[in-house]
Every structure is written in C-alpha cells, then in structure tokens.
Design a protein around this ligand. Structure first.
Ligand SMILES: Cc1ncc(COP(=O)(O)O)c(C=O)c1O
Length: 488
C-alpha cells in the first residue's frame, strides 16, 4: 500500500471532483483576466480520487502523535489534555463565522467574550488590564519588552537598556528582549537553581531596565526570594516581566501581580487548554499593571453602557501587534475552560499538576540523577549525564526509547544549565496508572541502556519513521515537494 506522499498516489487522469461545466465564455475570461495573470501551464497537482485523499490523510493522522493518543510529558510546554467542550465552544457558528471587518454592532457577542476573557485573565494573573493580540508566547514577550521600552522612553530614561535574563530561561526570553532593543545580560543561577540575590545586586544601577523571569523557573523550582527580587529591582528603577509559560503550577494559588511583576504574558494554548504543537495555534496574551496601561497595543475593547466597542484607548500605544484582535479561537477555548473550571477547579488543577510531578520525581530519582533534589512545582529536570559517562547512552537515546513504548518523550537538552537534561511535565490530567506506566518504561529503558546500549541507540524500532538525522533535518529541511524530490 502506498504510504508516501499524495503526489506518489497521483495517476494521470484520475479525478476526485468534477467541476460544473464552464458557463463563462473563454473570451470574456480573457478580457477580465489577461494572459499575463493566468497560468500558462497546469500546475503539477496530484491527480487522485476521493478515496485516495481520504486514505492518505487518515494514514497520516495515524502516524501522528498527540495528547489524545497518549502521555505527553513535554516539560515547559504543558501538553495537558484539552477538554472537547472547548472545541465545541470554538466551533459555535456565532463565533466561528464572523469576519474581522464586520461592523462592531454585528459582532457584539465576540467582543463581549474577548472583554470578559480579559477581565478573567487579569484576575488570574493579578494584573490591571491587557491585550489579547499576540499570537504566541514569544510574541507576547516581544510585546512586553516594547511596553518596557515605551515606559522608559516616556520617562526620559532611554539609558535603561540592560535587561537581566537568568541562565535557566527559555531561549525566547533573551531573543525577545534583544529584538526589542535591550542589551541582554545573563544572570547566573545559584547552586540550587534559583536567582542569586548576590548576583542580582551586581546589576542594580541606573542602566537597569528590568528582569525577565518565570516562576516557577524552568527547572520547575519556585523562586522563593521573589518578593525580595521584586523589591530590589523596583528600588533600582527597573521593571519585572513574568513569562507565564509555567502558570499551570500556580493557578488560583498565587498571582504574578502579587509577586511584584509589572508585565505578564500567558500562554493560553498551554495553560488554558488549546490543542497545540507543531507551531500552532497559539496565543500570548499580555497583562500589565496600571502604570503601563497607556502603552498597550491599540485597539482595545471597551464597554460603553451595554455595548462593546473597539477603541484606540491607550494614549501612548506601542501600536498594533497583530492584524486584528489576536487568535480569537484560542481565547474562546480558554474562556470556555476558565468558566467551566471556576477558581476552585483551576486551583485543583494546579495542585494536581504539582502532585503528579512530585510523584514522578520521587520515583524516578531512584533510577536517574536528579541534580537539584527539592520539592518541585509542575515539572522537574533529570540529568542523563551519569548514564552517558558510565554506560554510553544519552538523554536522546532515552527519548527515542520512549517512542517504542508509545510515549512522547520529555523535553531534552533544555534547560541548558543541566547537562543531558530531561525535563518532565506530567500535567494534572494524567492518572496514577499512566504515571506508573511511564515510570516502568523509564526503568526498563535504563536497564536496557545499562545492559545493551547498542539496541537502545537504534531506537525507535517500532515507529513509522526510525531515527532521523536530526542535524541534517535542521540544517537542510525539505519543506516543499518538487517532481524530482526524493522522499527516502
Ligand atoms: C518558559 C517558556 N517561555 C516562553 C515560551 C514561548 O512560547 P511560544 O512557543 O508560544 O512562543 C515557551 C515555549 O515553549 C516556554 O516554555
């Protein structure tokens, strides 16, 4: 059976759809669309029947892996199960069929939803107002950094260009700060993986713009000195940015706004349950304290009496950050999730996420090295360095081995400060049986690596695509098909 590209199923003359007979005279078409705008040759599209198309895409979907198929403990990404109710909400025609250029009076429901979602997200984060425009976490970070810049410019403090980012941070943090025009300074973590106050003190001068943090940090550890960090940064005239990718650990328990952060982005596609992965769909909603409100992107959604309006209400706005109002379908799923969970439900979800992570950590540290042995939040980081040094198998081999158990691997080689890192985030939606199956798989892989590393190095053995040359795939990606493209 042909399991390759749809182009390889193509046979000349085979059709899956018949167009109605052309009822516009050719001459007329030539008048409206001159030759220079028309293809002179028929493009090499696959010629396939309907059943070919259905089988092709069904086979593809069966080669894919998602959270609806099995365990997906991808640290820093919160791949939790996404309740189908949210999908039903996103598919409601009253939302799904609107056009962004429709008059406001005809999209009152959508505007009301966006307004109320902003209110709820402000409550969740402890902030005063925000924007739903950014399309991803990194886009939110960039927006936040532009807000920092606008704030300092408005105060004549253009010399504040130094932006601190801990060495454990996600790579998008320094990248976003740099693109927004800041000089990024890496802040070395302490032995226990947290922000070191002594290290911080070295940078507290009048060139400081602020610090970007996520709390819990990327090692899954809570920055216990956060109130002191915030006080010192503020005293030095700087601002605090909160990367909300790890919000799943603290919902309904503690809020970034109460920890002293001035700007926060959330990743609703992760924390608030939108199916994501492979690059989308995403959202990077940004929330601010009152003193930064005037710089938010326009337009804003405001309530006037019983009506919702789009207004350029931010007086010193950084301008538009997206073409329209953000990824509305992701916000809608998040809104549906927030209403369904309620504050008690969100708190319970975070508590369970933390419990599940600590359960896995305690069990797995008997077999694997846990570099920082502390109570973790929603995720933790193991190191396969001892395995690599003693037995010759690596974090990559363990990750590939998990594929043969039908389990998505954890994030590997991140954070960069842990050698052979394996970052595990089970999420709250997994039950004890799944967690135990994962522990068993990790133990068996360890045993195999110790006794027969050569087999583990060939894993995966049971997947549609075996071990790929990841270097070549990254350096020479083949993203388009040409008739002469070889697919082996
Ligand atoms: C800690 C952290 N910050 C920021 C991001 C960026 O989010 P996005 O992938 O939506 O741009 C991620 C994504 O993995 C993350 O884990």
């Amino acid at each position: 059976m042909n399991e390759g590209l749809i182009f390889e199923r193509s046979r000349k003359g085979r059709v899956g759809f018949l167009f109605p007979a052309l009822d516009v005279p050719e001459k007329k078409i030539a008048e409206i669309l001159p030759d220079s705008y028309r293809r002179q040759e028929i493009p090499p599209l696959p010629e396939v029947s309907e059943v070919d198309v259905v089988r092709h895409y069904t086979l593809l979907s069966r080669k894919n892996y998602g959270v609806d198929l099995g365990f997906y403990p991808l640290g820093s990404c919160t791949m939790k199960y996404n309740p189908k109710m949210n999908e039903a909400a996103a598919a409601l025609p009253g939302f799904a069929d609107v056009h962004p250029l429709q008059p406001e009076s005809t999209v009152q429901g959508t505007l009301e939803m966006l307004y109320k979602a902003t209110e709820l997200l402000c409550e969740l984060t402890g902030m005063d107002w925000g924007t739903l425009q950014p399309f991803a976490g990194a886009h939110g970070e960039f927006t936040g950094m532009k807000l920092f810049k606008a704030y300092f410019d408005s105060r004549g403090e253009e010399k504040r260009t130094k932006l601190l980012v801990p060495d454990s941070a996600h790579g998008t943090n320094p990248a976003s700060a740099h693109i927004a025009g800041f000089d990024v300074v890496e802040l070395k973590s302490s032995e226990d993986g947290l922000v070191s106050l002594e290290e911080l003190d070295k940078y507290l001068d009048d060139s400081l713009a602020g610090i970007m943090l996520t709390n819990p940090n990327t090692l899954g550890l809570f920055e216990k000195d956060i109130m002191e960090i915030a006080a010192r940064v503020h005293k030095a005239g700087g601002l605090l940015y909160y990367d909300g990718a790890n919000m799943n650990a603290i919902m309904g328990i503690i809020r970034p706004g109460d920890m002293g952060f001035d700007v926060v982005h959330l990743n609703p596609h992760k924390t608030l349950s939108t199916p994501h992965g492979g690059g989308g769909p995403g959202s990077g909603t940004v929330f601010v304290k009152e003193r930064l409100r005037d710089f938010l992107p326009n337009p804003d959604i405001v309530k006037e009496g019983d009506n919702y309006r789009l207004r350029n209400s931010a007086k010193s706005s950084i301008g538009r950050i997206s073409g329209f109002y953000g990824n509305i379908a992701v916000i809608l799923r998040a809104y549906s999730y927030l209403l369904f969970m309620g504050s008690d439900g969100l708190k319970a979800a975070s508590e369970r996420a933390v419990l599940n992570a600590n359960y896995l950590k305690e069990k797995l540290k008997k077999t694997y090295n846990l570099p920082i042995d502390m109570v973790c939040m929603h995720e933790f980081v193991l190191s396969a360095k001892p395995e690599k040094d003693k037995h010759g198998f690596s974090a990559l081999d363990i990750a590939k081995g998990l594929l043969d158990y039908g389990i998505h691997p954890p994030t590997i080689y991140f954070p960069l400060i842990v050698p052979e890192a394996m970052m595990i985030e089970p999420t709250e939606t997994e039950n004890l049986d799944t967690l135990n199956e994962f522990i068993e798989a990790m133990e068996e892989i360890h045993e195999q690596g110790r006794t027969n590393p050569e087999i583990l190095k060939k894993a995966p053995l049971s997947t549609a695509v075996r071990r790929v040359d990841e270097f070549r795939a990254a350096k020479e990606p083949i993203l388009r098909w040409f008739p002469e493209t070889k697919t082996d």
